[in-house]
Every structure is written in structure tokens, then in C-alpha cells.
Design a protein around this ligand. Sequence first.
Ligand code: NDP
Length: 257
Amino acid sequence: MSGRPVAVVTGGSRGIGRGVVLALAGAGYDVVVNYASNADAAAEVGKEVEARGGRAHLVRADVSRADDRRHLVDETTAAFGRIDLLVSNAGVAPSVRADLLEAGEESFDRLVDINLKGPYFLIQLVANTMVAQQAAGRVERPKIVVISSISAYTASVNRGDYCVTKAGLAMTAQLYAARLAEHGINVYEIRPGIVETDMTGPVKARYDDLIFNQGLTPIRRWGQPDDVGRAVVAVATDLLPFSTGQVIDVDGGFHLR
Ligand code: NDP
């Protein structure tokens, strides 16, 4: 397949998504940087991609909205003509943590729409696009990476809404891995541990103690967005061709506790 491969990274403007975008640019990808509202952050990432020799295309799209998901795919195809890799990363934490016995439906609905329903149907849309582009000889063995979380299996009773969306996302990765194997499209679930981003900013002091003093993360440091970026590059560049539906823990050993 000639030409540079193209990756679409949802929520690529900040945090883990930014780390993934920059790692992919360093590995020779052109990248579509999706974001929800923060255009300045996306523009900065775009400049950093270009500094690494790649092309960046910025697309504002809310993954929870069907018309925005279609816009994202159409914009990508118009800009680059192919999708070799989708990294479904965009996600939100609850604005306020609430005990399971008291939590309301508003936060639940928001998280389900952004963290689960959005990715579920974006992957469907992109998978169909990949199948068609592969049949047309435009891409070869494209891949899909889902960024879930240790919360997919950790019962945090003060943010149950977040946990159930991540557990559902883990199954989403399994489902598409099973369905797309016959099309030569491998799907991977990357499960980050505690990563230093805007999302974890509000709980930084508490997690500093848990990580450094109490060993919540056995490799006693914060995860960095580049840790996740490296894992994405590994699977995207076909280091695991006979593995699909694989869960890759990028968590400093959190799952060993
Ligand atoms: P950040 O809050 O730092 O960044 C979130 C990114 O997602 C931003 O680029 C934001 O865009 C984008 N985004 C938010 N909502 C939407 C939406 N509706 N549509 C499109 N894009 C959207 O989060 P993190 O980098 O920390 O998290 C990234 C992913 O990793 C999430 O799915 C999260 O659940 C998961 N994760 C995070 C962990 C952590 O410790 N940080 C641990 C495990 C998993 P904009 O800039 O426009 O707001």
C-alpha cells in the first residue's frame, strides 16, 4: 500500500489522545485530530504533528451525535481518502462523583452517550468504511483501537456511571474484534491505568498519595499519555498480527494488585 497511513484519533486534542496523536505522527502517520470544543488545543497538536513531518487535519465533532460522527468520517475521507487506523479515545468522567444509591440519571445518560454509544456507532461507521476501502485497494489490514480503562473491571461505587460505560466499551471491542476478523481488521482494547491528564487533575493530590505512598500503581509513577501512545503504535504497526480482541493493560501493574 503506497502513501502514508492515516489515523483518526477521537479526543486527540488533549491528554491521552494527544499522546496517541504525537506517537502516531512520529511513527509516520498522517492524523485526523478530533475534538469536541477546544479548537486552540487541537490547533496546537496539529502544529506538533507537522513538526514531526506528518499532515494533520482537525475535525470538530461530538462523538455522541450521529451527524457529527458522519461528518468526522466524511471529512477524513475528503482530506486523506483512507482510514488505516481508528483510535476511539474520546471520553469524559462524571462532573461530580455520586454514591451508587443516590446518583441521578442525567450524568448516566451523558456518560453513556459519549463513552459508550458514541464509540459503538462510530466504530460501526468506520468499520464499514474500512471494509469498502480495503475492497477498493486503498488500505490493507486497517485496525481499530479502543481506549477503555481499569474502571472496566474496578467497582468504584462513587462513579458507577463511568464504570459501566467502560465495561460496555470493553465488550464493544470484543464484539467488533469477533465481527471484523473475517475482514482482516484487528481490534484491540487498551486499558490505561491512572494517567496524568486534565481528567485526573481534580484528584491529583489524592492519587499522588495512592500511587507513590500506597503503591496503587505498582510501578510507582503516574502514567503518561505517551505510555498509551507507544502501545497504540505497537498494535497499529502490526506487531501483533495474529492477535485480535486483545486487552493490553497500560497501567503500571495496577491489575496485579
Ligand atoms: P481529557 O479530559 O484530558 O481529554 C479528553 C479529550 O476528549 C479531549 O480531547 C476532548 O476534546 C475530547 N472529548 C470530550 N468529549 C468529547 C466528545 N463528546 N466528542 C469528541 N471528543 C470529546 O481525558 P483523558 O485524556 O484523561 O482521557 C482520554 C480517554 O482515556 C477517555 O476515554 C478516558 O475515559 C480514558 N482514560 C483516562 C484515564 C486517566 O487516568 N486519565 C485512565 C483510563 C482511561 P476537547 O479538548 O474539545 O474538550
